[in-house]
Design a protein around this ligand. Structure first.
Ligand code: ZN
Length: 354
């Protein structure tokens, strides 16, 4: 039996079992056939067993120049996550919470101010909304470009390099996963560094558009920057007011309306992108949600998909999420500390299978 057979199982039930002289934690996976499979794990004692066979686990700490941050949540819940994810391949679904420690505020996180984001219908249907949006975006995207990945992003890179993480689906448009070094990334809600024409579909880089906007609005970004009261939102918005004199740029091919290649509220994620994300979830044994309150269905549907197929769902997030009812384990903590802890404590795949 291989560890990947977990993918065909139901949500595991946890228990405690003695193998030889060692008291282990056990996970009971119910398969679609109705038969049960037990996996015994004792990370503390460095052993893992399946069907009553003890298998030594390689030491999980190894020499590295990378230093994880101290864990600030109870280790017991992190251990629960380790027990669920040990020995299987999982996909990560990330949200704004993983980027807050890079200086990008999470407008849905605990204590966040109420926010009334512009909808797709407002952007497309009203020139004044578009002018206001582009004025704010013209300031906000510069801040987005200056942000750097944090320990949470780097932890996912390590998990991917070790073959434990098969891919990352992100609701963020900040590209910090790619900058950290993640390879298999699906930018579910688009990316801030591209702009698309709504008429001819031409895609141009945001930095190229910035040159045109600077030429049309000399001194605008600098004058706003001097005020010093700018906030940036996950979609590269900046909260500023005096935008009525801002001049947006039309498409330089056809004169059409330009829009950031970002999925707005009220807009659907492109079908092919959704299917690619579903395929990523379907190809994994479990789902790790990192830093998302799962408020919008565009992310929650992948949690429901995994839960429907009986795959374990581990949620790491500060505060409640809309997917908590589907979680096998919920770790109420920050991704910058919990994800590095998973890197340290999860055993390698090739050493964990029977
Ligand atoms: Zn065009």
């Amino acid at each position: 039996m291989t560890e990947s057979s977990v993918s065909a199982t139901r949500r595991p039930r946890r228990g405690s079992t003695r193998i030889g002289s060692i008291e282990t934690s056990s996970l009971r996976f119910r398969r679609p056939s109705g038969r049960h499979r037990l996996v015994f794990i004792d990370v503390e004692h460095g052993v893992k067993a399946s069907r009553s066979r003890l298998v030594p686990v390689q030491p999980v700490s190894r020499p590295t120049t990378w230093q994880p941050e101290p864990v600030t949540v109870p280790l017991t819940t992190v251990d629960d996550a380790v027990r669920v994810l040990a020995g299987i391949r999982f996909v990560a679904l990330t949200g704004a919470g993983i980027s807050t420690d890079s200086g990008i505020p999470d407008y849905r996180g605990p204590g966040s101010p109420p926010r009334n984001p512009m909808t797709y219908q407002q952007f497309v249907g009203d020139e004044a909304f578009r002018r206001h949006y582009w004025a704010r975006n013209h300031v906000g995207w510069r801040h987005m470009r200056r942000t750097r990945p944090n320990a949470g992003h780097r932890a996912l890179v390590r998990l991917e390099e070790r073959g434990l993480l098969s891919g990352t689906i992100t609701q963020n448009v900040d590209l910090l996963h790619q900058e950290a070094g993640s390879r298999a990334v699906i930018d579910l809600h688009g990316r801030y560094d591209r702009v698309v024409c709504l008429s001819c579909s031409q895609v141009v880089s945001r930095s190229r558009l910035a040159e045109r906007l600077d030429a049309l609005n000399p001194g605008f970004a600098e004058s706003i920057g001097a005020v010093g009261d700018i906030e940036i939102a996950p979609d590269a918005d900046a909260v500023i007011s005096a935008t009525s004199h801002f001049r947006p740029a039309p498409c330089d091919s056809c004169g059409g309306v330009l829009k950031p290649e970002i999925v707005y509220f009220g807009e659907n994620v492109p079908r092919a992108r959704v299917e690619a994300a579903y395929a990523m979830v379907d190809g994994a044994d479990a789902l790790l949600v990192a830093g998302s309150s799962l408020t919008v269905m565009s992310g929650l549907r992948f949690v429901k998909r995994a839960a429907r197929d009986g795959k374990p769902v581990v949620i790491v997030n500060r505060g409640v999420t809309r997917g908590d009812a589907h979680a096998t384990v919920k770790v109420d903590g920050g991704t910058s500390s919990v994800l590095p802890a998973l890197v340290t404590r999860l055993p390698d795949l090739d050493a964990s299978g029977p």
